[in-house]
Write a protein that binds this ligand. Structure first.
Ligand SMILES: [Zn+2]
Ligand SMILES: [Zn+2]
Length: 366
């Protein structure tokens, strides 16, 4: 039984891959070397001829380096994938078994499969199609899938009356002539199909360009590194832009009064002077993603207790902490028998400080 073979020697796939690379690099050269400079909007001038040539050459080389490096990086994998794909097709074809007991629609005689092929629908062959000839030599043919489903080609309809046309083909050399006849209205016409294998146009510069655009070994690695450093540069530029956008926040962070735990103790104590709040005590800090410190202070004023004591101390804290990297935690401040307790959270990671700066800029500084 005849069937097509998909797998070719490795050289075939390498040639195919390099052909695509050469074509796309040639296209890049055509576009970049042929770039026309627009006159400057203000001065109406264009760069000097020498400058134009230099810019065109530089841009072409950069763009080519990118293309060559990218193509080289995926060359091996792509070729292997192609080979695996073709191997899989051949295996599928080889393993497929023709359906049995197929009979001729003309004479009811036995039919024998003469050819099998992959049914290539939308480029994803998923079924094997068998072609059957009648053992008695009728012209009847049938095409069946492995599971016994019949393949029905779209009927070719008469252009005059719309009935289905009868056809008969004849091959002379590489030309197949098909005669169509309408049994209803008598319409008839012929179509010719030239099967002469197409000669590939000779490309005299292919090998030369292949050497330029499809490097191997150390030379190729240099292109890959070139692509990598271009990636790095574009990442840096993005980072700079981001930094620029974030500059107000960084300025805010720089202005922030960043306090360590001991500094927090000393400065908060100072801020409490003459407010009636005394005896600040900080517990050993709990260090995790942020640093959390519990505090207690005493209120020595006898005219203040409960909520109003809590309120005054919270206001004091808010003012004192506003420009620092510390915040009162959401459980707030609690008053019992002249003692106020609560927890403070300190930030030292860049992302957290950024968040504080954003909040502060959004609210407007107190
Ligand atoms: Zn037959
Ligand atoms: Zn007709």
């Amino acid at each position: 039984m005849k069937s097509e073979v998909h797998l070719s020697p490795r050289q075939h796939y390498e040639d195919l891959f390099d052909r695509i690379t050469v074509d796309s690099c040639r296209e890049i050269e055509r576009i970049y070397l042929g770039y026309e400079f627009d006159p400057d909007k203000k001065s109406g001038e264009v760069p000097s001829q020498a400058a134009q040539d230099a810019i065109r050459k530089m841009n072409t080389e950069l763009r080519l380096m990118w293309e060559i490096g990218k193509r080289y990086s995926k060359r091996e994998q792509t070729i292997n994938d192609w080979i695996d794909g073709d191997k899989a097709k051949d295996e599928m074809l080889e393993n497929a078994q023709p359906p049995r007991g197929i009979r001729c629609n003309g004479c009811a005689g036995h039919m024998t499969p003469s050819m099998k092929t992959l049914y290539d629908l939308f480029n994803s062959p998923d079924r094997v199609l068998f072609f059957f000839d009648c053992d008695n030599g009728c012209k009847e043919k049938r095409a069946m899938f492995e599971n016994g489903d019949e393949y029905k080609p779209k009927p070719y309809l008469c252009p005059d009356c719309g009935s289905e046309l009868d056809d008969d083909s004849e091959r002379k050399g590489d030309v197949i002539t098909t005669s169509y006849k309408c049994s209803d209205c008598g319409h008839a016409h012929k179509e010719e199909m030239d099967m002469t294998p197409k000669k590939e146009a000779i490309d005299p510069n292919f090998e030369k360009d292949r050497k330029r655009f499809c490097p191997t070994g150390k030379k190729a690695e240099r292109y890959v590194q070139g692509v990598q450093s271009m990636h790095d540069v574009s990442r840096l530029v993005t980072e700079w832009r981001q930094k620029d956008k974030d500059r107000p926040y960084y300025d805010e962070i720089n202005k922030m009064n960043k306090l360590t735990v001991p500094q927090l103790g000393v400065q908060l104590n100072d801020a409490m002077k003459d407010t009636g709040f005394i005896k600040l005590e900080l517990s050993p800090p709990d260090v995790d993603q942020q640093v959390v410190v519990s505090f207690s202070v005493q209120d020595e004023r006898s005219d203040r207790e409960g909520k109003s004591s809590e309120y005054d101390f919270k206001r004091l804290l808010k003012q004192f902490l506003a420009n620092t990297n510390w915040r009162l935690m959401s459980d707030g401040v609690h008053y019992r028998l002249g003692v106020l307790t609560g927890r403070l959270k300190g930030y030292d990671r860049e992302a957290d400080m950024m968040e504080l700066a954003k909040q502060r800029l959004k609210k407007g500084k107190p």
